[in-house]
Design a protein around this ligand. Structure first.
Ligand code: FAD
Length: 246
């Protein structure tokens, strides 16, 4: 990380520490930081990422990286031949369950409702996957383990029955929250707060506002991976440079 910082400094980039609170569009953009500082810029690249939504259970934080994960494509290989569960019922949860089905011995998909919210195609795949067992109307109430995850307690919200499920891994796939609050009312966002890009065919990373570009996990791209975010960041920089030259 320090090497990367040094590299951008060597290229003449000035690094400012602070959270962006607000952006105003005047002749240039006025960027207000939480420390009160105001910056002025002709173009902006937003790359503020997205925070994984966790279950909010006791012990959960301590077990992240020790059996609990928010990303099957990132951490799935650590659970080859093991028993895991995925929490959620949307597209991401179904994709993760199917992906883990290729690696793991057994996959439980734990969903609090009676039907999945995922697209029909994703539902079909997961419902027909022999490795995946779906627990409907089920909510995780406890995550247990000392050094690493050992089990979870699951409540059936219809029958009231509680079960202990022994697990090696737990993948939480209940969504993520893009850090885009400060863009509300300025830039077009999706229902879930992702920055919408791709409308401008010349500069695909441009948002609904000329001069504001976005890249990485905060935008409406499908694959949330570090290398994808870095590649899109590069694309946004090239788009911004080209746009400034025009
Ligand atoms: C548990 C987990 C494991 C993962 N493992 C892998 C892996 O093994 N391999 C892989 O490729 N990917 C992995 N990922 C995904 C990867 O971390 C992301 O795709 C990548 O970090 C996205 O980069 P980004 O720059 O868009 O956002 P981030 O890396 O989230 O960076 C956003 C930055 O913006 C800052 N910021 C936010 N709001 C503001 C604001 N208002 N003002 C100023 N700054 C702000 C944040 O503090 C942060 O520094 C994992 C993700 C999770 C959650």
């Amino acid at each position: 990380m320090m090497d990367m910082q040094q590299q951008v400094k060597n290229l003449g980039v000035e690094i400012k520490n602070g959270l962006v609170k607000k952006i105003n569009k005047e002749e240039n953009f006025k960027i207000e930081l939480d420390n009160g500082e105001m910056l002025e810029s002709k173009a902006i690249i937003v790359a503020t990422g997205a925070a994984t939504k966790w279950l909010g259970l006791l012990n959960e934080k301590e077990l992240i990286g020790h059996g609990i994960s928010g990303c099957a494509t990132c951490d799935g290989m650590f659970f080859r031949g093991k028993t895991v569960a995925v929490i959620g019922g949307g597209d991401t949860a179904c994709e993760e369950a199917n992906f883990l089905g290729k690696i793991c011995e057994k996959v439980y998909l734990i969903h609090r409702r009676e039907e999945l919210r995922a697209s029909v195609a994703e539902q079909k795949k997961v419902l027909n996957n022999p490795k995946v067992e779906i627990w409907w109307n089920s909510e995780v109430k406890e995550v247990n383990g000392k050094e690493k995850l050992e089990s979870i307690k699951v409540l059936n919200n219809k029958t009231g029955e509680e079960k202990i499920l022994l697990l090696d891994g737990l993948f939480v796939a209940i969504g993520s929250q893009p850090a885009t609050e400060f863009l509300k009312g300025l830039v077009d966002l999706s229902e879930t707060g992702q920055v919408l890009v791709g409308q401008n065919k010349e500069h695909v990373t441009m948002t609904s506002v000329e001069g504001i570009f976005a890249a990485g996990d905060c935008v409406n791209i499908k694959h949330k991976q570090a290398i994808v975010a870095a590649g899109e960041g590069c694309r946004a920089a090239l788009d911004a440079e080209k746009w400034l030259e025009e």
